[in-house]
Design a protein around this ligand. Structure first.
Ligand SMILES: *[C@@H]1O[C@H](CO)[C@@H](O)[C@H](O)[C@H]1NC(C)=O
Ligand SMILES: *[C@@H]1O[C@H](CO)[C@@H](O)[C@H](O)[C@H]1NC(C)=O
Ligand SMILES: *[C@@H]1O[C@H](CO)[C@@H](O)[C@H](O)[C@H]1NC(C)=O
Ligand SMILES: *[C@@H]1O[C@H](CO)[C@@H](O)[C@H](O)[C@H]1NC(C)=O
Ligand SMILES: *[C@@H]1O[C@H](CO)[C@@H](O)[C@H](O)[C@H]1NC(C)=O
Ligand SMILES: *[C@@H]1O[C@H](CO)[C@@H](O)[C@H](O)[C@H]1NC(C)=O
Ligand SMILES: *[C@@H]1O[C@H](CO)[C@@H](O)[C@H](O)[C@H]1NC(C)=O
Ligand SMILES: *[C@@H]1O[C@H](CO)[C@@H](O)[C@H](O)[C@H]1NC(C)=O
Ligand SMILES: *[C@@H]1O[C@H](CO)[C@@H](O)[C@H](O)[C@H]1NC(C)=O
Length: 457
């Protein structure tokens, strides 16, 4: 017991510099909170307090988490290797500020969680345990994970942190995690790829057009400056973005999250522009900017409603023929519900694109107009939507129900990265909450299967 407590202390000390359990990544925030979906999780400012309101107690939580910080994907790895090959082959003179690049060798891994990313997930598990202590001391979440290695490992590291916070006394650890396959042809509400007419996430033309249009608004002067500091490198506009990507990816490759030297090559305004670039990418891939974006999330959203209402019909009726695997959702071993089996805690692990589509399916950003591709919009203008505020690495949404003294019915609330996101179209109160029945009534898009029919010709 003592050694476990000491180990816990050691773990937090080892990473105390930049990432903490309570507020996430807090070093160089004017830069690091502007990396869109490449930012490490940080506690987002909330207009409404995310605490449990006085007179209420939490009766149900479904965590939906993105995996922790990872190395670049395989396709980006190729682009980054070419970037440095070109710089090293062709630069005839480096300015003092850029001189470190001369000896820089690109040797990051690919696809997997970084050590920092594993630590983020352990922190997330500890935070979840502490935040929902009235439930977590009594119950263990029902865990599900999409089958990709980095997602599964994230679920494991989260459960590790949860177990550690509990005092490492539960004999049922390691907790079972239901894996749902990402293979072609498999139905998976944590990886909705069945919809064949959906222009695939970030690679869709709509998302690419929005990114390119916005990039071209601000990148020229950055490109000129970088190329003036790397004589004859002749980097293209997209390579300037790739050079900016080196800042988040080299930062999260440091186990303690120490900010990378690449970050200082760009100023704060440029990081804001970059952040908005990443927000456009996600908005036009996964949310309302993409005609079938919200539809990708309806399967999970229906599962959430089934869990909140203890009603399996939402995942077995005719409208549920979406990304749901009906074999899994039919059985209480693979899709447990109450009230016969009390199950107030669920924890699901997935990817940024899936989280975005699920938020869109639930209509959480319905009051946000399509993001402009020519003018930077603030998070006030976008009603709290930005990729960095919603789907950073180790992002976590808490879908809560609470019982309150003054209310007959349970209330529903959504907290994304510590920010309360007020529910839409269900008479939300000043704390952003709706009664369960009004929340369910507002979810006709979900309970009708979204536009799933348009997925197939
Ligand atoms: C270096 O520049 C030359 C001439 O512009 C170009 O042909 C070559 O592809 C460049 N090398 C790399 C590695 O990009
Ligand atoms: C790059 O490496 C060379 C050879 O190891 C060394 O002499 C030089 O000082 C290094 N330059 C920088 C900027 O680290
Ligand atoms: C995270 O989980 C993986 C897989 O279970 C494990 O190998 C790794 O050691 C964990 N990371 C830490 C920091 O404990
Ligand atoms: C549904 O889940 C079952 C159990 O894991 C699996 O055998 C089956 O292949 C899945 N079917 C589809 C279409 O995903
Ligand atoms: C970008 O803006 C142009 C001009 O306003 C518009 O025609 C185009 O549809 C926009 N694209 C996206 C993806 O918003
Ligand atoms: C953080 O890690 C980097 C290398 O990953 C190391 O150079 C640096 O000294 C470490 N900083 C602290 C404060 O531990
Ligand atoms: C937002 O843009 C998408 C296309 O990118 C379009 O289908 C949708 O209708 C637009 N939404 C609104 C409210 O204009
Ligand atoms: C998988 O999804 C397809 C498309 O929605 C549906 O037709 C099929 O019945 C589903 N299979 C299972 C096992 O749920
Ligand atoms: C969000 O907007 C979509 C499209 O207009 C609509 O179908 C859906 O019902 C709305 N959701 C909520 C919760 O208002």
């Amino acid at each position: 017991m003592l050694s476990i407590i000491l180990l816990g202390t050691f773990i937090s000390l080892g990473s105390a510099q930049c990432d903490t359990v309570e507020t996430g990544y807090q070093c160089d925030t004017s830069i690091s909170h502007n990396w869109g979906n490449y930012a490490p999780y940080f506690s987002v400012p909330s207009t409404i307090s995310a605490d449990t309101p006085a007179g209420c107690s939490i009766s149900f939580v479904n965590l939906l988490s993105r995996h922790g910080a990872r190395f670049p994907t395989t396709s980006k790895t190729t682009e980054y290797e070419e970037l440095f090959e070109q710089i090293h082959a062709n630069t005839t003179s480096y300015s003092a500020e850029y001189d470190f690049i001369k000896n820089y060798t690109y040797d990051l891994g690919a696809n997997d969680l970084t050590a920092f990313g594993q630590q983020e997930m352990i922190h997330s598990g500890i935070k979840f345990y502490e935040r929902y202590k009235t439930l977590t001391t009594l119950y263990t979440p029902f865990f599900r994970s999409s089958s990709d290695d980095r997602v599964v490992e994230s679920a494991q590291n989260f459960s590790q942190g949860f177990h550690q916070a509990r005092g490492s006394i539960d004999p049922n650890y390691p907790y079972p995690i239901l894996l749902i396959s990402e293979d072609d042809g498999q139905n998976n509400t944590l990886y909705a790829q069945l919809c064949t007419n959906y222009e695939d996430g970030p690679d869709s033309d709509i998302a690419n057009d929005a990114e390119d249009t916005w990039r071209d608004v601000w990148i020229s002067e950055v490109k000129t400056r970088v190329n003036d500091n790397l004589i004859d490198a002749s980097l293209s506009k997209s390579q300037i973005i790739y050079l900016m990507d080196q800042c988040p990816f080299n930062t999260i490759a440091n186990v303690n999250g120490t900010i990378s030297s690449f970050c200082g090559l760009f100023n704060e305004m440029e990081w804001e522009n970059y952040n908005y670039y990443r927000s456009l990418s996600k908005w036009y891939a996964d949310l309302q900017g993409n005609p079938l974006g919200p539809t990708q999330g309806v399967g999970f959203a229906a599962e959430l409603i089934a869990r909140m209402t203890n009603n399996r019909n939402y995942v077995t009726d005719a409208n549920s023929y979406t990304s749901i695997n009906h074999t899994l959702d039919y059985f209480s071993t693979t899709f447990p519900l109450g009230p016969d089996l009390v199950h107030p805690l669920y924890a699901d692990f997935s990817h940024d694109d899936d989280l975005g589509s699920i938020f869109a399916a639930l209509g959480l950003y319905n009051s946000t107009a399509n993001l402009s591709n020519i003018t930077l919009e603030t998070t006030t203008q976008t009603n709290g939507y930005s990729a960095g505020w919603t789907v950073p690495f180790a992002a976590r949404a808490y879908f809560e129900k609470m019982v309150c003294l003054s209310e007959v019915e349970e209330l529903v609330r959504v907290v994304i990265n510590d920010r309360v996101v007020p529910l839409q179209n269900c008479d939300a109160d000043s704390l952003g909450r709706c009664t369960l029945s009004k929340f369910v009534a507002s979810q006709s898009f979900v309970t009708g299967g979204g536009l799933w029919g348009q997925c197939f010709d």
